[in-house]
Design a protein around this ligand. Structure first.
Ligand SMILES: Nc1nc2c(c(=O)[nH]1)N[C@H]1C(S)=C(S)[C@@H](COP(=O)(O)OP(=O)(O)OC[C@H]3O[C@@H](n4cnc5c(N)ncnc54)[C@H](O)[C@@H]3O)O[C@H]1N2
Ligand code: MOO
Length: 404
């Protein structure tokens, strides 16, 4: 067996990840609209009907024939009403008008709506402004969507607006990718549960909340597994167990070079390592593999590495497994302070992103760059992406940023 690629660049890692994800795309399920939110659409959708479906009034007022206004000296006869709802079929005859409400079908013959505020009603006589333009306040059938228009595409993320567009076209179900089931593991004999008393050498498990929160923010419903001890047999049994039950297993910790870093060995022996170690900072020891029926993402244990590797590799993996087409937003911003980067790895640097008075985005880099410094993540709303190679950037230089 050829050894897995090691110490590769992020682009190569992403290309491997996309290849593997393409071979393990999650299957399609047809769900009622209410359950489609946040899912990835699996087929192109062509409009089965027009939107609006019929000419209708954009305002509350009076529907009339614009040509009649001048002829009638601006005074029309109120001949009935057409409210939003079933079309009454009543037409607007010469010199007449109908009371109409927003969304009501335009009565036959009428081509214009005068809003209530501009009209004066006395008995059955309605006086309207002489200068009313033809077609005013009428929403035309098909002006938003024509039948057959491709309104949604396979791979689209189903935002509330897209689900609502499908609803407006009368669609009650959509084909979407199944959501991956995800098991989350934290590892390490030093970890204990928040709320318990710390013994010397112990720290609280913070990565579990970080990972569970990140996954839930992407609409996943992860399962948190009991924390793993630094025991090779326990690690092997738990991971192999999860690997036959979940689509994705995510661990954090135990993937580096330490005596207790047992995870790469389990993947090598019982599964497959697709890559191990990516030239990024933080997050370098990250591992991607397959084990039984699951894709396996071994994130490094340092909290900031968890965040960076989730954004750099985890999210793209989950997106690719569901066939998501649109890339996550990446912005460009001007630095509020200079940066000197001496190491050769690509770096994700915590930052505060804001717009200045001129409307330009500004990224203020956080000086805390060490991967254990979680507080600096809590104080950040973006990651600056600094490409591979040492570099010196001045205040005002443009950098790429990932909003968090
Ligand atoms: N000789 C080497 N040492 C290290 C290397 C290396 O290449 N050679 N890589 C360093 C880098 S970079 C990172 S990142 C870490 C990653 O190590 P592991 O993924 O094996 O993670 P652990 O050693 O288990 O933990 C690292 C660090 O994070 C803390 N941790 C772990 N889990 C949690 C958690 N759930 N909540 C809070 N904190 C956690 C753990 O206590 C350690 O301090 O390795 C470097 N070493
Ligand atoms: O790559 Mo590690 O994640 O820098 O600390």
């Amino acid at each position: 067996m050829t050894p897995a690629p090691m110490r590769i660049g992020l682009d190569e890692a992403l290309s491997i990840l996309h290849q593997v994800a393409a071979a393990h795309r999650l299957d399609t399920e047809h769900l009622p609209l209410a359950r489609c939110h946040g899912r990835v659409l699996q087929a192109d959708i062509d409009a089965p009907m027009a939107l609006p479906p019929f000419d209708n009034s954009a305002m509350d007022g009076f529907a009339l024939r614009q040509a009649d206004i001048a002829a009638a000296g601006g005074v029309l006869r109120l001949a009935g009403e057409q409210f939003a709802g079933p079309a009454t079929g009543q037409a607007v005859g010469e010199g007449a008008c109908l009371r109409i409400t927003t969304g009501a079908p335009m009565p036959a013959g009428a081509d214009t709506v005068v809003i209530k505020e501009d009209a004066t009603v006395e008995g059955d006589r309605v006086t309207v402004p002489l200068e009313t333009a033809a077609g005013r306040h009428v929403r035309r059938a098909g002006e938003d969507v024509m039948p057959g228009d491709r309104v949604l595409r396979a791979g689209d993320l189903l935002t509330p607006a897209r689900v609502s567009l499908a609803a407006s076209l009368g669609l009650d179900r959509l084909p979407v990718a199944r959501r991956p089931t995800v098991a989350v593991f934290t590892t390490g004999d030093e970890l204990i549960e928040p709320g318990l008393a710390l013994a010397p050498g112990q720290i609280y498990d913070s990565n579990r909340e970080l990972l569970m929160g990140l996954l839930r923010a992407d609409g996943l419903e992860p399962t948190a597994w009991p924390r793993l001890p630094d025991d090779p047999r326990a690690v092997e049994v738990a991971l192999r167990d999860a690997a036959c039950a979940f689509d994705l297993v995510i661990t954090c910790g135990a993937v580096s070079a330490g005596e207790k870093d047992h995870i790469p060995g389990v993947l090598e022996r019982f599964g497959q390592v697709h890559f191990w170690k990516v030239r990024m900072k933080p997050g370098m020891p990250v591992l991607f593999g397959s084990l039984d029926r699951c894709r396996f993402l071994g994130l490094p244990g340092n909290p900031v590495s968890v965040l960076a590797t989730w954004r750099a590799l985890g999210q793209p993996l989950v997106d690719a497994l569901q066939g998501r087409r649109e890339a996550r937003p990446r912005w460009r911003a001007r630095l509020s302070a200079s940066i000197v980067k001496r190491h050769p790895r690509l770096e994700f640097m915590r930052a505060w992103l804001d717009s200045d008075a001129d409307g330009a985005l500004r990224a203020d880099p956080n000086p805390a760059t060490a991967s254990h410094r979680l507080r600096a993540v809590a104080e950040a709303n973006a990651l600056i992406v600094l490409p591979e190679g040492p570099c010196t950037l001045a205040e005002g230089d443009v950098v790429e940023v990932l909003p968090l």
